[in-house]
Design a protein around this ligand. Structure first.
Ligand code: SAH
Length: 356
């Protein structure tokens, strides 16, 4: 069957058979991606119009107890200059971000054992006290059910934990033996059960990834139904085992963003910084492929250059205010509007059913 016909079918039904998905994953015609993007844009506009939600990203620690083979802040990287922000530093980022119009703050970091439940719940509560009108998103890796529950009760609204790959064997090629695919999936299910808006996701073009793996990712996303999906290119980091591996291709990332929009029509889908790193207009292209979120960096300038998951990361030298203005202009230039809003999942808390 013709790929364009399959694109229409995916747009209408929100689903395809395995073989049909593989056919479009293998499709190399660049015009096909444009067609898929057009359908994805239509779909996102049914739910979110031309609004783009912004999240203020605060990278609050680059200490990490894990040793993921792809990641620049892995514990084995002796060249990483480690830092950890204090609660006061985090709050001052939030205060500044709120003044700039942010209503979601994403606290992201390595898995840093310094941030016990006690310390992290205190930080979450303090952010919510300072900005009761704003959402807090956490992205600090795998923790126990009870820990996720305490953080939720402290006021955290959302949690980002990319599944990285839905294939257990592929997972084992990207992570050392002390990391367990099934535990990561369990964490995602726990987060859902507790009541977070949950984000899963994967790198595109990660080493050893095949189209069949991407099909598994699609099936996994359909089953989990996360409210958010983080998709960006793998980019090598010079101090990792994968330093000589190729980065993910722009066209593959855009295709997966469009497919994700079509299978999970109301999802919150960022055009990531990594996408902006592999192409100067990557984030604009991401929005035009169906994404509806951008995440400018609010971390203090002094630590920006130290939170390096991959090489050549953009915006490491800019002030937050510059990043926000740059982002507003970039979005306005393609006909989209950055809005001042928490930007929750469509109908969140209102008992709304999402139809395709
Ligand atoms: N430690 C937390 C969050 C920080 S890492 C966690 O485990 O969830 C955030 C995301 O960055 C990871 O989920 C991964 O998908 C992505 N990432 C890490 N290294 C990368 C690389 N080299 N290229 C592209 N993305 C990378």
């Amino acid at each position: 069957m013709n790929s364009y016909f399959l694109a229409d079918k995916l747009h209408n039904d929100g689903n395809l058979t395995d073989n049909e998905f593989l056919k479009i994953l293998y499709e190399t015609d660049s015009k096909f991606n444009d067609y898929l993007a057009e359908l994805a844009r239509k779909k996102r506009e049914n739910y979110y119009g031309k609004d783009v939600y912004v999240r203020g990203l605060i990278e609050f620690t680059n200490y990490c107890k894990n040793n993921c083979y792809y990641c620049g802040i892995r514990r084995g990287n002796k060249n990483a200059r480690r830092y950890r922000l204090t609660k006061e530093e985090i709050l001052s980022c939030v205060r500044m971000g709120h003044g700039l119009g942010f209503r979601t703050f994403v606290l992201q970091g390595g898995e840093d054992p310094y941030f016990t439940d006690e310390i992290l719940t205190d930080i979450v509560k303090s952010v919510k006290n300072l900005c009761p009108d704003s959402a807090v998103t956490l992205s600090v890796g795998e923790r126990e059910f009870e820990s996720y529950e305490k953080l939720f009760k402290a006021g955290a609204d959302r949690y980002l934990l990319r599944h990285e790959t839905a294939d257990a064997d592929h997972y084992a090629m990207l992570h050392p033996a002390d990391m367990d695919f099934y535990n990561r999936i369990k964490c995602l299910k726990n987060l859902k059960q507790i009541g977070y808006q949950v984000g899963a996701g994967m790198m595109i073009g990660s080493p050893f990834q095949t189209k069949e793996h991407l099909l598994k990712d699609i099936r996994f996303l359909q089953e989990l139904k996360p409210e958010m999906v983080g998709i960006g290119p793998f980019i090598p980091h010079r101090d990792t085992d994968f330093k000589a591996k190729a980065a993910g291709a722009l066209s593959d990332v855009l295709k997966l963003l469009s497919i994700t929009r079509l299978i999970l029509p109301a999802c919150l889908l960022p055009a990531t910084t990594a996408l902006g790193t592999i192409h100067p207009k990557g984030r604009e292209m991401g929005i035009l492929a169906g994404a509806n979120v951008v995440m400018p960096n609010l971390s203090p300038k002094g630590v920006r250059g130290k939170y390096l998951l991959y090489d050549n990361k953009i915006c490491t030298g800019d002030e937050a205010a510059e990043c926000v203005n740059c982002m507003k202009n970039r979005m306005a230039n393609i006909g989209y509007n950055v809005v001042v809003s928490r930007g929750d999942y469509f109908g969140w808390g209102k008992n709304v059913t999402i139809h395709g």
